[in-house]
Design a protein around this ligand. Structure first.
Ligand code: PMP
Length: 448
C-alpha cells in the first residue's frame, strides 16, 4: 500500500522509472514522449550524460555548504555565466530552489530596496489577472489564477490585479496593437494613482504567459509602455520568466524580444532542466547598490540557497545550451513546430488559436470557431486531452482559465531544445489523435 499523497489520490499516476532523450518510460512498460518537458522544465531531455557527470563530480567534491559561511565554485561560475547572457545592468544573481521562492524573493527584495531608499510607505504589488507566479502564499497572492487562489483567499496578502495583455480575447475589434497596449498601460497608471503614486512597490508580469493561458505573448510595445509607467512612478518591474526563460521562447531571456530590461528577473525551469531543483533572481545594480548602501545585507535566505550540486547541474545545462547553440535551435525548431501545428490544426473546427514563441507553443480549443465560442468550463476539455494524450504516449501541459466571463482551454507543448524533427511530427500526430478522441467522445455524450 502506498502512502504518497498523490495529486489525485483516487487515480495514482504511472511510475516513471527511466528517462532517455525526450522519452520517459514507466514501470508498466509504456513509453511517453515528454512533449511539454513536464511543465516546460526538461530543456535538454532526460538522462543527459554530461549533466549527470557534473552532478556526480560535484557530489564527490562537496555536496553542501551553507551560504552563511561559504560560496561555492559552481555557484560563482553559474552566476558569471548568467550575467554574461544578460544586459550590463542586470549583473547580480540570487539563487533559490523553486520558482515560487524566486517570486517571493523579488517581492521582499523590492520592499527592502524602497525602505533603504527612505520610502517605507511603498508596499503595494500590482500584477495581472490570468497569470501564475507560484503556489506559496505570497506568490499565490500576486498570481491571477482564480481557480488556484480560491480556497486560500482568506490567507492571501493584499495584491492588485490589472488586465492581462491577451489580444485574442481582450483587444477590441477596432483597436490597433499600439492602442491596446496604451489602454493597458493607462489602466496600470490609473491604479497607481488611485493607490497613491508613492505607495506602489512593484509590477509583476510573466513575459510570455504560461500556465494560466498557454504561451500568450504580449502585443508589440506593451512592455515598453509598462516600463515607462514604472519609471514615472519609481515602481520596480519584475518579469517572471520561470517558465518562459532560458531559451524557451527562442532568445536567452524572453524579455529580449520586448525591448525592455526588468529590475528583477526570475528564472527557474530551464535553468536546471530538471536535473536539480534550482531557480534564480537576477537583480539590477541599482537594487543591490541601494541595499548595500543601506543596511548592507538582504534580509532573506533559505537553507538551500546556492546549493552546490544544484548549481553544478545548472552550470552543465547552461554550458551545453551555449556550446550546442540550443537557444537558436529553440527558435528554429519552434518555427518547425508551429508549422506542424498549423498544418494539423489550422483548419480544425475546434482549434481557435495556435500561438507561442520558440519551443513554447499552445493551441486553444473552442466549441466553435464561428462564432468564436469556448467550451463549457465544466467539461474540462484541457484535462481530458492531457489524460488522453498520455494514453497515446504524449505528455502535454493543459490549462483552462476564466476571467470576466471569457474561458479558454489550451494545451501547451514545450519539448526539449535538442528534439529531433521526426519526434515533433510524432508529437503533433499524437496530440491530434488525443484531441479527436476527446472531442468525439464529448460530442457523443452531449448528443451533438
Ligand atoms: N512563475 C511561473 C511563470 C511559473 O510558470 C511557475 C510554475 N509553473 C512558477 C512561477 C512557480 O514555480 P515553482 O512551481 O517552481 O514554485
Amino acid at each position: 500500500m502506498t502512502h504518497i499523497f498523490h495529486r489525485s489520490p483516487s487515480s495514482p499516476p504511472a511510475i516513471a522509472v527511466h528517462g532517455e532523450g525526450g522519452f520517459i518510460h514507466s514501470a508498466d512498460g509504456r513509453q511517453f514522449f515528454d512533449g511539454s518537458g513536464g511543465a516546460a522544465v526538461s530543456c535538454l531531455g532526460h538522462g543527459h550524460p554530461e549533466v549527470i557527470d557534473a552532478v556526480v563530480q560535484q557530489m564527490h567534491k562537496l555536496e553542501y555548504a551553507h551560504t552563511g559561511f561559504f560560496s561555492s565554485e559552481p555557484a560563482e561560475k553559474l552566476a558569471s555565466l548568467l550575467a554574461s547572457h544578460s544586459p550590463p545592468t542586470l549583473n547580480n544573481v540570487y539563487f533559490l530552489s523553486s520558482g515560487s521562492e524566486a517570486i517571493e524573493t523579488t517581492l521582499k527584495m523590492a520592499r527592502q530596496y524602497h525602505v533603504e531608499r527612505g520610502e517605507p510607505q511603498r508596499r503595494h504589488n500590482i500584477a495581472r489577472k490570468l497569470s501564475y507566479h507560484g503556489n506559496t502564499l505570497g506568490a499565490l497572492a500576486i498570481g491571477g489564477h482564480v481557480g488556484r487562489r480560491a480556497l486560500y483567499q482568506p490567507l492571501l496578502v493584499q495584491a492588485h490585479h490589472v488586465s492581462p495583455c491577451f489580444a485574442r480575447h481582450y483587444r477590441q475589434a477596432d483597436e490597433t496593437d499600439d492602442a491596446y497596449a496604451s489602454r493597458l498601460a493607462s489602466e496600470f497608471e490609473q491604479l497607481i494613482l488611485e493607490l497613491g503614486p508613492d505607495t506602489v512597490s512593484t509590477f509583476v508580469a510573466e513575459t510570455v504567459v504560461g500556465a494560466t493561458a498557454g504561451a500568450v505573448a504580449p502585443v508589440p510595445g506593451y512592455f515598453q509602455k509598462i516600463r515607462a509607467v514604472c519609471d514615472r512612478y519609481g515602481v520596480l518591474l519584475i518579469m517572471d520568466e520561470v517558465m518562459s526563460g532560458v531559451g524557451r521562447t527562442g532568445t536567452y531571456h524572453a524579455f529580449e524580444q520586448e525591448g525592455v530590461v526588468p529590475d528583477l528577473l526570475t528564472m527557474a525551469k530551464g535553468l536546471g532542466g530538471g536535473y536539480q531543483p534550482i531557480a534564480a533572481v537576477m537583480v539590477a545594480d541599482k537594487v543591490v547598490d541601494a541595499i548595500v548602501a543601506g543596511s548592507g545585507a538582504f534580509q532573506h535566505g533559505h537553507t538551500y540557497v546556492g546549493h552546490p550540486v544544484a548549481c553544478a547541474a545548472a552550470l552543465a545545462v547552461q554550458t551545453i545550451i551555449q556550446r550546442d547553440q540550443l537557444v537558436q535551435r529553440s527558435a528554429s525548431m519552434g518555427q518547425h513546430l508551429r508549422a506542424l501545428l498549423t498544418q494539423r490544426f489550422g483548419d480544425h473546427a475546434n482549434v481557435g488559436d495556435i500561438r507561442g514563441r520558440g519551443l513554447f507553443q499552445a493551441i486553444e480549443l473552442v466549441a466553435s470557431r464561428d462564432p468564436d465560442r469556448p467550451f463549457d468550463p465544466s467539461l474540462q476539455i484541457h484535462a481530458k486531452i492531457k489524460r488522453q494524450a498520455q494514453q497515446v504516449g504524449l505528455l502535454c501541459y493543459p490549462g483552462g482559465g476564466c476571467i470576466d466571463g471569457v474561458h479558454g482551454d489550451h494545451v501547451l507543448l514545450a519539448p526539449p531544445y535538442n528534439s529531433r524533427e521526426g519526434v515533433l511530427e510524432m508529437a503533433v500526430d499524437r496530440l491530434g489523435q488525443a484531441i479527436d478522441l476527446v472531442l468525439n467522445e464529448t460530442a457523443g455524450k452531449s448528443g451533438t
